[in-house]
Design a protein around this ligand. Sequence first.
Ligand code: F6R
Length: 242
Amino acid sequence: MKIIKAKDYEDMSRKAANIISAQVILKPDCVLGLATGSTPIGAYKQLVAWYEKGDVDFAEVSTYNLDEYRGLSHDDPQSYHYFMRENFFDHINIDLNNTHVPDGSNPDAAAACSEYDKIVAAAGYPDLQLLGIGNNGHIGFNEPDDHFSKGTHCVDLTESTIQANSRLFDSIDDVPRQAYTMGTQTIMYARMILVVANGEAKAQAVHDMCYGPVTPACPASILQLHTNCVVVADEAALSLCE
Ligand code: F6R
């Protein structure tokens, strides 16, 4: 695991965007695994700015997002489909047919998840997988558990995740209780993993991811076993790693 310390959120975002744009420049038809949440928004903004300057071209890129709330349609403003268009896809020259997010509008969880596994496998898995990390160490929506997960599956969100995500909803009662998420094994198939984290609230999770025991109680800890994992985090998120 390589740990890169950033001064603050802007610095973290720029460094992460540099790594992603290098991947796209080196392999224009690369497969990117993408994340939602607050943390990667700055990196997406930076990539959009570089795209507008003509420095990076997404015409041949394809993307696979980690997760989606179960029960939300693609055009629901709280859905991760919507988030990706609003924060990234609608501002770059990516072909929307090459962007993929699990289908939260499909109530048949088994079908939605196995369909997603098939398309991610058919794409050959991501060249680069971008990840945020939950306060409880989750990656994607793989919550702390007694075993690591494999492929895409339906999860019950923990109270801590529902609480953390409620800031983006009108009320905590509006936060969906379930999500479809890529499994830990699928995440580990990516050829490179880039984790971004900022702020003190992430300090314990970042410490446990990098230096704690490898355990499903902290799903991100499995990244210690990945041969090409880079963590870009600000000083606050790294404060317990000194
Ligand atoms: C989002 C995702 C989640 C988030 C994590 C951190 O697609 O998979 O694991 O990365 O919950 O969220 P933020 O960045 O909002 O703190």
